[in-house]
Write a protein that binds this ligand. Structure first.
Ligand code: BGC
Length: 273
């Protein structure tokens, strides 16, 4: 088999302890960048590889290798990787919008076997939510923060006083007999040709009402690509808690993944050789 090497194409100075690395696996692209852990800024322009049409674990792992090689990431740099599904101890437990063969795949182990790197693997919305609390729209907010990402599906992150409760999966709440994301995700707005007003008042309003009733957050943060158009739909949603757009937009996953990997590296004792 021919091994393709991509070579380091972006030079980065990996100052120990202050630079981490994040990769965000999405339905259309796999994006990575080094992250300055002190302020959450990207330390270089992000690099994007299109998600393979057949998004199997092997195909995606090759993309992860390409991203890591592009930045010549050293093995001691903490690496965080997001996945759009439930992740428990590095293992993928659900895959609503990527290939079904991901289910039960140990992504952390796959990355190690393919690239030689140890990585912390987290749900994509959890990473984005953690980033918004640490460096973005929910910075300094005490109490319960609920971050919802509106995209192909709906992702959720629940953070209480800075601590993340992982894998809440509120996109799949059953509301009025439907899996909520099949009614309220922004992909549904596109697919059904709904106006912002119709989407906000007929789909998102009901969704936010149910989530607010169940969790009574102190703040809602709304992310996902569509949040760049927030002024067209957020003011139409009525909630008790304030509702604000995400500040880190499409970089939140990368930043949060790097921050969570750094936190894990600091919490755990160094692995014995
Ligand atoms: C998945 C979640 C994910 C969300 C956003 C949902 O379909 O179940 O795990 O966070 O999409 O990608």
């Amino acid at each position: 088999m021919t091994q393709i090497r991509f070579g380091p194409m972006t030079e980065v100075t990996y100052a120990a302890g202050s630079i981490g690395f994040g990769i965000d696996i999405g339905g259309s692209g796999i994006k990575g960048a080094p992250v300055d852990l002190r302020d959450g800024a990207l330390a270089a322009k992000r690099y994007r590889v299109p998600t393979p049409a057949k998004s199997t674990p092997e195909a995606v792992a090759a993309c992860l290798a390409e991203v890591l090689e592009h930045f010549a990431v050293p093995t001691e740099t903490p690496i965080g990787i997001t996945f759009p599904g439930i992740i428990q101890h590095g293992v993928v437990l659900s895959s609503a919008n990527l290939h079904k063969s991901w289910i039960d795949t140990d992504l952390a182990d796959l990355v190690h076997r393919t690239t030689g790197h140890r990585a912390t693997v987290v749900n994509d919305a959890d990473a984005a939510g953690f980033a918004e609390v640490r460096h973005g729209a929910a910075l300094g907010q005490d109490g319960v923060v609920m971050v919802l990402t509106l995209g192909t599906g709906i992702g959720s992150a629940l953070i209480n006083d800075g601590r993340l409760v992982p894998n809440t999966e509120l996109g799949h709440l059953e509301i009025d007999g439907y899996d909520a994301e099949t009614r309220a995700a922004s992909s549904v707005k596109e697919r059904e040709g709904l106006s912002y007003k119709k989407w906000a008042t007929e789909r998102l309003q009901r969704y936010f009402e149910v989530v607010e009733f169940l969790f009574s957050p102190d703040l809602f943060v709304v992310g996902g690509g569509v949040s760049k158009d927030h002024e067209k739909f957020l003011p139409l949603i009525r909630t008790r808690a304030p509702i604000v757009p995400a500040a880190l937009r499409n970089q939140a996953g990368i930043i949060g993944a790097a921050a969570l990997a750094d936190r894990e590296a600091r919490d755990l004792p160094a692995p014995t050789p």
